[in-house]
Design a protein around this ligand. Structure first.
Ligand SMILES: [Ca+2]
Ligand SMILES: [Ca+2]
Length: 288
């Protein structure tokens, strides 16, 4: 049987159309799969991006919160520091006030201390003067007692004219005529070492006796105005009931003559206590 050419062409066309349809289907499927992959990738990218954004938001929120807390803490610390600064300023003012008060008190204390020192000096001076007065009074009492004892013994018939060796008797006293340059105070202590004192003179007769025996250049006697200018007192506390001043004396020359010496003539002169005289006269009561 002879083949029909139209049938072959038809078959060929049918096969070709079938092949083209298959290719279209495959192409559609491939395209669909590609879109599916793209969509999947897009979704994954979107999901990952969203996740990252969320993490970034959370991190940013935490950072903002941390910064806020730090800011609050910083403000709190700043307030605390301001409060401390205010307290320190107050304390500084108090310290300055206390310093001023202490300075004032220190000044007052210094003033009081100076006052106390002055009082102490005055007290010492008064005590010294009172001690001297008491000692002088005691010595005068002892001398009065000795005189009374002598008078009593003379009334009982005793002869009271006894003097130590090198002392000279006149009436009821013994006299020592010292030689050698001494100041008034040196002569005084020397007489005390000899159990006597610088002489006191109470009568014309006694003065004549002393003038006769004393050093011709000059001799210290127990008269002075050391405490009150012009108020002369005897060292033995006896009254100043006789005087024999040189004409023009006492003159307290240069405001500094407070100790009395006897000139060779027997006349008295006030002289500088620290000057030296060649002679000095001591006396003491006789013994029986
Ligand atoms: Ca004088
Ligand atoms: Ca004089």
């Amino acid at each position: 049987m002879e083949e029909n050419p139209y049938t072959d062409v038809a078959n060929f066309s049918r096969k070709q159309r079938c092949r083209q349809g298959t290719q279209l289907v495959l192409l559609g499927l491939g395209t669909a799969a590609l879109w599916a992959v793209l969509l999947t990738l897009l979704l994954l990218w979107h999901w990952d991006t969203a996740k990252n954004l969320k993490q970034l938001e959370e991190t940013a929120a935490r950072n903002v919160s941390q910064v806020s807390r730090n800011l609050e803490r910083h403000k709190s610390q700043q307030l605390g520091q301001e409060s401390q600064a205010a307290k320190m300023a107050q304390n500084m003012e108090k310290i300055q006030v206390e310093q001023e008060t202490m300075k004032s008190q220190d000044s007052e204390l210094s003033w009081n201390l100076d006052g106390l020192r002055a009082d102490l000096t005055n007290f010492k001076s008064l005590s010294l003067n009172e001690k001297r007065t008491v000692v002088d009074l005691l010595e005068k009492l002892q001398e009065d007692v000795a005189k009374l004892r002598i008078e009593l013994q003379e009334l009982n018939g005793s002869k009271c004219t006894t003097c130590p060796e090198n002392w000279v008797n006149f009436q009821k006293k013994c006299y020592y005529f010292g030689e050698g340059a001494k100041t008034w105070i040196e002569a005084r202590y020397t007489c005390e070492d000899l159990q006597g004192r610088l002489v006191s003179i109470h009568s014309l007769e006694e003065q004549a006796f002393l003038t006769k025996h004393a050093d011709m250049k000059g001799s210290w006697i127990g008269l002075r105005d050391l405490n009150v200018e012009g108020e002369f007192i005897w060292m033995d506390g006896s009254p100043v009931d006789y005087s024999n001043w040189q004409l023009g004396e006492p003159n307290n020359q240069a405001q500094g003559e407070d100790c009395v010496m006897m000139l060779g003539s027997g006349k008295w002169n006030d002289a500088f206590c620290r000057s030296k005289q060649d002679g000095w006269v001591c006396d003491q009561l006789v013994t029986c």
